[in-house]
Design a protein around this ligand. Sequence first.
Ligand SMILES: [Zn+2]
Length: 248
Amino acid sequence: MRPCGPPCVATFTDDVLKELLMRRAALLGLLFALPVALVSCAPAAPVEMRDPPYVRLPEPAPPQHTALMTGPAVAASQAVSKASLFPALLPIRKQLIVSTPFPWRYVVLHHSATPNGNASEFDAQHRRKGWDGLGYDFVIGNGHDSGDGEIEVGYRWRGQLQGAHAGNFVYNRYGIGICLVGNFETAAPSARQISATAELLAYLLVKFRIPPQNVTMHRTFRDTACPGKRFPFSQLVAEAQRIAAKAR
Ligand SMILES: [Zn+2]
């Protein structure tokens, strides 16, 4: 992980300006793309067809966006870039910002159910299954094959592509997939994993105006133990809300 000195602060300022411009583009994209996507729920890009078949379940609750990207949202976006509130995001800040953000509505939390691993290893595993590659958007390491609390960004996030992590069309299409390395059936995530996940969640909640109740665990809608009974879901969402409130 590259140490971050004063130049990063300047870059952050640039990124804030870039985000403001992108928010205008995102608003237009949201207005035109979302109704189309909701009417025709079919993945269009051929590359997505190689991912596992998705189980189509009833549409979850509609997004509870109370307002579009107006003044307060822009202000929140500006504030969320405060480096002091998001130290775990500093190393990935440039990868977080995408040129054409997708109108994400959910966040789905997973564990790897393995004692170790990282984005590269999971990418290889998923390719061996015949998928396009890493099914998650983000992987948060536990100190074995990547740093403890290190956030790795997947190609699906960088390209704002449909995920392959939920086994459900809606949550794959509209849900951001985050996988914490570890098996939380037997042990809880590390403190660094929890704080990094909370920061990432807070950023995503503010940037995409995702309501906290739309953060969910894999097992909430699928027959799976993921992310394990020791996963501190309520603590994570509460911490994310606390950070998001400061950012606002
Ligand atoms: Zn899962």
